[in-house]
Design a protein around this ligand. Structure first.
Ligand SMILES: NC(=O)c1ccc[n+]([C@@H]2O[C@H](COP(=O)([O-])OP(=O)(O)OC[C@H]3O[C@@H](n4cnc5c(N)ncnc54)[C@H](O)[C@@H]3O)[C@@H](O)[C@H]2O)c1
Length: 345
């Protein structure tokens, strides 16, 4: 049996994928990483940065995972497992352009699964999201994996449909081995400051928005409502350091490569929530100055509080978060301050 396993990382040049890549390469030659990305939301320079951090090369294919060209990757490599992160992720944009999201997120996933079947690759890790829990009521917290699923936007629908496709594959094929990871809110960056989230344009997520305020690219952060039933009236979310999230993928891979499990679902979250104001105060401590903000109206559909019950991941994957909110803010600011223009320095 080969000792080194080959992992195909689709979307591996992106924010989360680049951190997974580093974690895999840092595991003493246990993994060879093959990244496939079309750079639709990432920068080729990330590959040099990964090499800077790990001292190791990544085999790279610039391919759209929807295209026929993807087969080349399966022909040229003996792949042991696929981690599929290749998707569009902006909720607001998905409401305006639903077909763009259904097309990219679902066709790429199906193309990957068809090729996996053709080349007898059975291990699959899927990037899902807490958004599949739909609207969450206060008395349903913390959310565990058995919480009913539903969606409130086309992006969330692509994730839920993606999960349904995997469920059906698992029912039809006893060899198919799959872990669905439902991420909460990844923030932070690698401690080296060499890789992080490069938000193009106006960021859809709160942390890249804050870091753009910090470097003066945006004037202030809009906080959507301060009259929720929370510690200070602002919305509470479960933030997870991207390196903790990446380590959760390594644990999921280990489980898949060593066990026949069918399909399993895991929350990857910290298991506690912080309000937007708590996040701003923590970031301001790391930044050394106060981040400016304005309170504006609530956004329709936003829940007051959402946080995970991550106990299943702890019990079965032996995974839990290690980084604090202050660590996440320190590393986000370290990345942004060292790379004010992202990878284009
Ligand atoms: N960041 C979050 O808050 C979050 C939360 C939950 C789930 N997710 C999911 O995690 C995954 C990764 O998210 P991220 O934050 O790293 O996003 P990202 O945009 O930084 O990374 C996605 C990568 O996939 C690539 N890509 C997209 N479509 C492709 C295609 N058709 N062919 C080849 N490459 C393609 C992009 O160029 C990018 O490098 C996504 O599936 C996303 O939906 C993200």
């Amino acid at each position: 049996m080969r000792d080194t396993k080959s992992i195909l990382l689709a979307g591996g040049a992106g924010y989360i994928g680049s951190h997974i890549c580093v974690e895999l390469l840092n595991r003493d030659n246990k993994y060879k990483v093959i990244v496939v990305d079309n750079f639709s939301n990432s920068n080729p320079k990330v590959l040099d940065r990964i090499k800077d951090i790990t001292g190791k090369d990544v085999k790279f294919y610039e391919i759209d995972t929807r295209s026929n060209e993807l087969e080349k990757v399966f022909k040229e490599n003996k792949i042991d497992a696929v981690i599929d992160l290749a998707a569009y992720k902006a909720v607001g944009d998905s409401v305006k352009n639903p077909l763009k999201y259904y097309n990219n997120n679902l066709i790429s996933q199906m193309n990957m699964l068809l090729l996996m079947k053709k080349y007898s690759v059975n291990n699959f890790v899927f990037s899902s999201s807490a958004t599949v829990y739909g609207e969450v009521k206060a008395d349903e917290l913390p959310i565990n994996e058995n919480h009913p699923t539903s969606t409130t936007n086309p992006y969330g629908s692509t994730k839920l449909m993606g999960e349904q496709i995997l469920q059906d594959c698992s029912i039809s094929d006893p060899d198919f081995n799959c872990i669905v990871l439902r991420y909460f809110n990844p923030i932070g960056a690698h401690e080296s400051g060499k890789i992080g989230e490069e938000a193009i344009g106006i960021p859809a997520n709160v942390m890249p928005y804050i870091t753009k305020v910090a470097i003066g690219e945006l004037p202030y952060l809009n906080i959507f409502g301060n009259d929720y039933d929370t510690i200070d009236g602002t919305g509470v979310r479960d933030y997870i350091h991207v390196v903790d999230l990446a380590k959760g993928h390594v644990k999921a891979l280990e489980r898949l490569l060593n066990n026949r499990i069918g399909i399993e679902y895991f929350n990857l979250g910290a298991g506690k929530g912080f309000s937007v104001l708590e996040l701003i105060h923590a970031f301001s401590r790391a930044y050394g100055k106060q981040i400016e903000y304005k309170i504006v109206d609530r956004r329709p559909g936003d829940a007051a509080i959402i946080y995970a019950d991550p106990s299943k991941a702890k019990d079965i994957l032996n995974w839990q978060v290690e980084y604090s909110l202050d660590d996440m803010c320190r590393d986000s600011w370290n990345w942004q301050s060292k790379n004010p223009n992202g990878y284009n320095i």
